[in-house]
Design a protein. Structure first.
Length: 67
């Protein structure tokens, strides 16, 4: 495991899946086809978004910690 959050060094993280609108017609009709996983530090709130379609392999928490 890596050293911890790059902002505060803590190892307590949370994870959430979110969907967001794009631009143009998808924004106008509130079509949320952009799906992300958010990894966030429970201590300081620093967050990183990972594209769910692009990051199928590996543990994205390791990416958050720089691993």
């Amino acid at each position: 495991m890596a050293d911890g959050c790059i902002k505060c060094g803590q190892n307590d993280v949370g994870q959430k899946d979110v969907a967001m609108t794009g631009s143009g017609l998808s924004k106008m009709f509130d079509v949320q086809h952009n799906k992300f996983t958010v990894i966030y530090c429970k201590n300081c709130g620093y967050s990183e978004f990972y594209n769910k379609n692009a990051s199928k392999a590996g543990n994205i928490v390791d990416f958050f910690f720089g691993g």
